[in-house]
Design a protein around this ligand. Sequence first.
Ligand SMILES: [Zn+2]
Length: 136
Amino acid sequence: MEWGKKTGKEVKRTLNFKPNEFFCPCCKVEKMFDGFIERLQLAREIAKVPFKITSGYRCERYQVNLKDRGYKVAKGTSPHEKGIAADIYISNDQNRFKIIEALKVAGIERMGYASNFVHADMDPDRNPKRYWHYKS
Ligand SMILES: [Zn+2]
């Protein structure tokens, strides 16, 4: 099976992810980098729990919109705009453990922790090997 191609009614990005899970909320565009999605897929298989993507690809306009609405966003071009970041919903502490441990094993070395999501990215233009907390 070729990922990203139509298979019956469904278009799949990888075994567990569809492109629309990563759509920019404003324009429904998805420009995720394949290598990043492959790592997420690997992590998903290691974690053995569903990954609910709360933010994937963001276009420049949406990123500006977030900033205008008072959200703290990354300085410069966000890794979300580059298609190499995703925020994954965290439903409880056990779920958080499984997802974060799996992302680490899959080689994700930049993660931001919030109470109900984890941000994962592989931005080569930012400091590698870093975990941070979002202040609420
Ligand atoms: Zn957009």
